[in-house]
Every structure is written in structure tokens, then in C-alpha cells.
Design a protein around this ligand. Structure first.
Ligand code: TXA
Ligand code: MG
Length: 335
């Protein structure tokens, strides 16, 4: 384990040099920050799992700069995966493919399949191109916590545990990529993301949808789905509306001072504004769904930094990005 402090870098070339030497570097992508290591280097990968505190049965996504280089990651390209990549790469899409022999089984948690992603983020693509090797990168957070979407949060989680953080802009999308398994007869959505089910269906009408019960299906092999995810320290409760949150926060309080004390220990976020906003420990009212998704993880982090114990989040609309955000909210709220 690295006992030195983590270096903060702005130079992509320095970051690429560290990756090439088998180091671990966090970097921004359009979804969330990734924690990168050479996907062909067992030693680097072991350090990466250790740095995150990640269970070794949870496979990593491999990132490359150009779709054309897929041969270095996968042994074949199913037609449906090619069609999806033609439409959505570079972008917030991960396709699961048959694994290339050079990709370590440590990356895939022993599976013969591998997740491939080409990020749509200038700095990330420069880094991947300069590194010249496929880069395995899970989200850059301690396992189980919300993903990091700012370099400051990544530093808070991983200082001293990783070699460097390449400072980048905050992540535009804010939640992780859409994952589609393309290794069976029909493609299957394993994780909803900014590329929605309807977007995927337009390219692959036969695609099987995502269900929260997916982990009980023995034909689905995505162990990562079994682990707790995205949970802040605060308890999270999902509400239909701001007024429902207001009612719950007021419920059972015996006196004005008791109520005031409790509200200071509560936070709320959503598309509607809470009428109690000025009494709350923290609150955010997002202008639209894109801003909600972009800011959600960082808001949970800020609530934890303030030591607030109760977080109420308004359920987003069901479609498109809302489905992906609702999935993360549900996991954050899981007991
Ligand atoms: O947006 C993203 O995907 C970010 C950025 C950094 O690219 N990465 C990310 O990685 O979210 P991670 O490790 O936090 O999530 C990877 C997900 C897990 O749910 C894992 O189970 C699934 O992808 N996965 C990876 N390889 C797989 C495979 N071979 N088969 C099935 N699922 C796989
Ligand atoms: Mg993750």
C-alpha cells in the first residue's frame, strides 16, 4: 500500500506515465470519476481492489480511447454490440463482451466476459490514448459509498491509497454508465444509465429490460449488482413530493424547539422545493432531471460532511434518465 500522499495532477502525460508503470490514477469521465489501472497488470489490479476496498467478485469495466481498438479487450464483437457502439460510443455505455485472453481474470472477477467502455470525455480519452493499454476503472470511491463526481471527493475517499488524481472538471452526467450484456442470444440491460432503455430499444428492439430482481435470476451474471451501493451514512427516504417530505419531517414532534432541532438534522433534495427549506440542515431544489442526476451523489456527500442523519429525496419521473436516477436512489435508500 502506498504510504505517501496522493499526487494531484493536471498534466495528462504525467498521469499516463504512472498508469504505464503499473500505478493507480483517478480521472474524470462524463459519468463519474474512474479509478484506473492497467487491465493487463495483475499487481496493479490487486492494489486497485485494495485501494477501493472492493470485493474481488465484482468485475471492473475496461476503458479504451477508440472503438477501433476493441480487439485488445474482447475476443469477438457480437453484431448487437457493434450496433450499440456505432450509435452510442464514445459515451456513457458499457457493453459486456467475450473477454480477450490478455485481460486479467482479476478484472473480470473470473468471468469469461468483459465490460468495455469508450468515455466521451476529452481528458479521459487523451489519458487512455497516451497510456496505450486498456485501463480497468471502477468508480473512484471507497466500495459501497456514493461514486465520486469531483476530484475533492475522490481525494477525501482515497488519499494515500492511490498514486495520483488527475484533476478534471466535474462529471456532466453524474451517474454511472448504462451496462448492456451482449454475450447471450438477446442483449440485456444490467444497469440503467443516461442512455435510456428506449434509446437502446431503438437500436436493439429485442433487448431485455432491467429489473431490480435481476440478482435472483441465475442466468444473469453480474455479481456487482449484489453488493450494496451508493449508500451515504445518512438514512435515505424516498418521497413522492416535497410536501410528503415536509409531513414526514414534522410528524410526531412535541414542541417547536423539538421540531427545530429535528429539522436541522434533516436534508431534502428534489425537483420541488420544500416549504421547510429554511429550517433544514441542507436542501437542494434541482431545476431539472439532468441537474438532479448530475448533483445527486455530491449532495449525499455534502449531507454526510455536515453530519446530518436524515435525507429525504423526491422520486424522479419514471422514464429516461429518471429510471437510472431512481435505481441509484433505491440503492441509496436500501437498509
Ligand atoms: O460510468 C461508469 O461505468 C464508471 C466510469 C468510471 O466508467 N465506472 C463504473 O464502474 O461505474 P463500477 O466498477 O463502479 O461498476 C461496474 C459495473 C458493476 O455493476 C459490474 O458488476 C458491471 O459493471 N460489470 C463489469 N464487468 C462485467 C461483466 N463482465 N459482466 C457483467 N457485469 C459487469
Ligand atoms: Mg461503483
Amino acid at each position: 500500500m502506498n504510504v505517501l500522499n496522493t499526487r494531484l495532477l493536471d498534466d495528462v502525460r504525467q498521469a499516463a506515465a504512472i498508469l504505464k508503470r503499473g500505478g493507480i490514477v483517478a480521472f474524470a469521465t462524463e459519468t463519474v470519476f474512474g479509478l484506473g489501472a492497467d487491465a493487463t497488470n495483475e499487481v496493479a489490479l490487486r492494489r486497485l481492489f485494495e485501494a477501493k476496498g472492493r470485493p474481488s467478485d465484482n468485475p471492473l469495466i475496461v476503458h479504451i480511447a477508440e472503438v477501433g481498438n476493441w480487439h485488445s479487450v474482447a475476443s469477438s464483437m457480437p453484431v448487437v454490440a457493434e450496433e450499440l457502439l456505432n450509435r452510442f460510443a464514445p459515451g456513457p455505455l458499457t457493453v459486456v463482451l467475450p473477454k480477450h485472453p490478455s485481460i486479467s481474470l482479476a478484472v473480470t472477477a473470473g468471468l469469461e466476459t468483459v465490460g468495455l467502455r469508450i468515455p466521451n470525455h476529452e481528458q479521459a480519452r487523451q489519458l487512455l490514448a497516451l497510456a496505450g493499454v486498456p485501463i480497468a476503472a471502477p468508480s473512484a470511491n471507497r466500495s459501497g459509498l456514493p461514486s465520486g463526481t469531483t476530484w475533492q471527493t475522490v481525494l477525501e475517499d482515497l488519499d494515500g491509497r492511490v498514486d495520483a488524481i488527475l484533476r478534471g472538471n466535474t462529471c456532466d452526467i453524474g451517474i454511472e454508465s448504462t451496462v448492456v450484456d451482449c454475450t447471450h442470444d438477446k442483449p440485456r440491460l444490467l444497469r440503467p444509465g443516461a442512455i435510456s432503455f428506449a434509446d437502446l430499444q431503438a437500436v436493439a428492439p429485442e433487448i431485455i429490460g432491467y429489473s431490480p430482481n435481476i440478482t435472483q435470476d441465475p442466468t444473469v451474471n453480474s455479481p456487482g449488482l449484489l453488493h450494496p451501493h451508493y449508500r451515504p451514512h445518512a438514512s435515505v427516504q424516498i418521497v413522492a413530493s416535497a410536501s410528503e417530505a415536509d409531513q414526514l419531517m414534522k410528524f410526531g414532534r412535541k414542541s417547536v424547539s423539538d421540531l427545530e432541532r429535528h429539522l436541522a438534522n434533516c436534508a431534502y433534495c428534489g425537483l420541488e422545493e420544500s416549504k421547510l427549506a429554511s429550517y433544514l440542515g441542507s436542501h437542494r431544489h434541482f431545476k431539472d432531471l439532468a441537474e438532479y442526476a448530475q448533483s445527486f451523489y455530491e449532495f449525499m456527500r455534502s449531507v454526510d460532511r455536515l453530519g446530518i442523519e436524515h435525507l429525504y429525496c423526491q422520486r424522479p419521473p419514471k422514464d429516461g434518465l429518471g429510471a437510472a436516477l431512481a435505481d441509484r436512489l433505491t440503492r441509496a435508500a436500501a437498509k
